[in-house]
Write a protein that binds this ligand. Structure first.
Ligand code: SF4
Length: 311
């Protein structure tokens, strides 16, 4: 199955997935948190998997079978592996443009030092690049790259792509306990991301069983710290904690609003007070959510924050 879904995606709305890598997980990385499991073919060689017309036919067929209400907001290359390993990616993107649905690509960005790969992505409308760390030994431990890759070249490639790409660029940083969740690591990662001028910087945690079972998501204190450090630098930052949260604003239902908003970003105490006031609720709602294990209170630089509890 090449085209699948559409599936609801917080970042992309209704997203029709395109798996342009037919073999079981072909990737240039072997991330310890990969949800596709440990078995894979490690490669940096681009190859032909499907003909672009085959991908187009699969998308067309699925579009013909779904109801008009399910029309996707994006056609998203989200492969069982690294989508830019597909030598036909650029052609496929151009062909799919004919559907007049924006095209998204979620890439580990490791091949962006190749000008052809950068060129292939230029026709996409939305691209997410992975930036978990900018420290070589941490990169090797988290992303376990193919031996032919070097971090300097990967970072240079990402910078060049970010400078040239006219669509929406976002970054994704997976925060892992004991790897990249200390203040120095977060500072250096966010400094690099700032140079890319992304529309949004997403901070994520693994929410499905990781390839290496001992891998743990960063704790809430460090997730909050990362959010504050990223935001202070001027990065428009959102959290991906595995909940379908949304910046819904004030709906009159304080519980739902708190859970939705605190899944996307920590609520500082003054923002929480404001939310409760607008929703005609009081602090007992917050206490109830904390008691139920759905919300956690944290402190950072003498301020209280509330974040959706995830572990
Ligand atoms: S880049 Fe993505 S597909 Fe490849 S190993 Fe990492 S998480 Fe898995």
């Amino acid at each position: 199955m090449i085209a699948f879904g559409p599936v609801p995606s917080r970042r992309l709305g209704k997203s029709m997935g395109i798996n342009n890598i037919p073999l079981r997980k072909v990737c240039s990385y072997s991330c310890i948190y990969c949800q596709l499991g440990a078995r894979q073919k490690s490669s940096t060689e681009r190859e032909t998997f499907y003909e672009p017309q085959t991908i187009r036919d699969s998308v067309e067929s699925l579009l013909g079978r779904i109801s008009p209400a399910d029309k996707p907001d994006y056609l998203t290359f989200v492969a069982s592996g690294e989508p830019t390993l597909d030598a036909n990616l650029g052609k496929s993107i151009r062909l799919l443009k004919g559907f007049n649905i924006p095209i998204a690509v979620i890439t580990n960005a490791s091949l962006l030092s190749d000008p052809v790969v950068r060129e292939n992505l230029m026709d996409a409308d939305w691209v997410s690049v992975k930036v978990d760390t900018v420290t070589g030994n941490v990169w090797r431990r988290i992303n376990r790259p193919h031996p032919s890759l070097t971090l300097n070249l990967v970072m240079e490639g990402i910078k060049r792509f970010a400078a040239d790409f006219k669509g929406t660029l976002v970054t994704e940083t997976m925060m892992l306990e004991g790897f990249n969740d200390n203040p120095e690591a977060i500072q250096s990662t966010s400094d690099f991301i700032l140079q890319l001028k992304p529309s949004k910087a997403y901070i994520a945690i693994p929410t499905r069983p990781p390839a290496v079972s001992s891998v743990k998501p960063a704790g809430s204190e460090n997730i909050n710290m990362a959010y504050q450090i990223f935001s202070k630098k001027g990065l428009k930052t959102e959290l991906i904690l595995g909940f379908e949260g949304k910046n819904t604003g004030y709906t009159g239902n304080a519980e739902n609003d708190i859970l939705n908003i605190s899944s996307v970003h920590p609520l500082r105490e003054d923002a929480m007070d404001e939310l409760l006031r607008k929703d005609n609720a009081d602090f007992s709602t917050v206490e109830k959510l904390i008691r139920e294990g759905k919300l956690i209170q944290l402190e950072y630089e003498d301020k209280k924050y509330y974040i959706r509890y995830y572990r």
